[in-house]
Design a protein around this ligand. Structure first.
Ligand code: HSE
Length: 297
């Protein structure tokens, strides 16, 4: 049996649309084994326990790629990453499936080949890259190859995820984006994404609030999220370093100084007055990425 642990991820990080992402210490576990026949999926809603399951279809793609003929598959899922909330749950499922299948097939694919297949399935690399590699990663795809580089963030930060009780699919959240953007909006983002990377590496945390600004996706997607503007404004007005939409949303991610003890109570109090329920979860950076363990039955 193979156990794969994959971290949650927060993609885009404001201006880094489709290229920045960070792994956080919230995990899905996948326990996968080859069985004599059939497909057994445990630990998810009945509607996902069939051959359309993303973990299983990702396994099939990996088996096809490496030319392995499997007999049957059993998948057990233990998940803490909320689904369709902008925290990389699909990326975790895709990687869990590919890594599990690759181990069953004898470890044919190397790490970069796993990343390329995962990106092919997901469509963009900014969740799968940090989920696989850990830490904060800049990644992009060119000619079917994925290029990635780790950003070594200065110590002293933590994250706070504000997770609403409603889902937002990446498809819907991408469909609302414009086909074209003004040249000045491109320039706006180039400056902020550069500032984000440089400020995080150099520990210039006072620059982060400016570096979280973006004109490629956040303002369009904000309209799909109840109270988005009010919540981000509130977070900016209290003791936080920066606020951005996590991935395609609807989770809002707040960056805090490590020792900040006041933000949590302030935001819980604020969110409790709103119509929807918001869960507040403090998170740290995961530096390990996806981890594989072989377990004896
Ligand atoms: N970069 C992607 C997006 C992340 O913003 O659509 C979503 O998974």
């Amino acid at each position: 049996m193979i156990e794969i642990r994959v971290p949650a991820t927060s993609a885009n990080m404001g201006p880094g649309f489709d290229c920045l992402g960070i792994a956080l210490n919230l995990y899905n576990h996948f326990i996968i084994e080859e069985i004599e026949e059939g497909l057994i999926i445990e630990g998810c809603d009945k509607e996902f326990a069939n051959d359309n399951n993303l973990i299983y279809t990702s396994m099939q793609k990996c088996f096809e790629r490496v030319g392995y003929k499997y007999k049957g598959i059993k998948i057990k899922i233990e998940h803490d990453i909320p689904v369709s909330r902008g925290l990389g749950s699909s990326a975790a499922c895709i990687l869990g499936g590919i890594i599990g299948a690759n181990e069953i097939a004898g470890g044919v694919l190397n790490r970069d080949e796993i990343l390329e297949l995962a990106t092919e399935i997901e469509g963009h690399p900014d969740n799968v890259a940090p989920a696989l590699l850990g830490g904060m990663i800049v990644s992009l795809q060119e000619d079917n190859k994925v290029y990635h580089s780790r950003i070594e963030i200065a110590k002293g930060l933590k994250f706070c995820a504000l997770i609403p009780d409603f889902k937002l699919s990446t498809e819907e959240s991408r469909a609302i984006l414009p086909k074209k953007i003004p040249y000045k909006d491109g320039v706006f983002n180039v400056g902020r994404v550069s500032l984000m990377i440089s400020g995080l590496i150099n520990g210039q945390f006072d620059l982060i609030h400016l570096a979280c600004k973006d004109r490629l996706h956040q303002k369009y997607r904000g309209s799909l999220i109840e109270d988005y503007d009010a919540i981000t404004k509130y977070c900016e007005s209290v003791n936080s370093l920066g606020v951005f939409l996590s991935g395609a949303g609807p989770t809002i991610m707040v960056i805090l100084k490590e020792g900040n003890d006041s933000f949590h109570n302030d935001i819980v109090r604020y969110l409790s007055k709103l119509k929807r329920n918001w869960m507040v979860k403090e998170l740290n950076i995961d530096f390990d990425g996806a981890i594989v363990k072989h377990i004896n039955k």
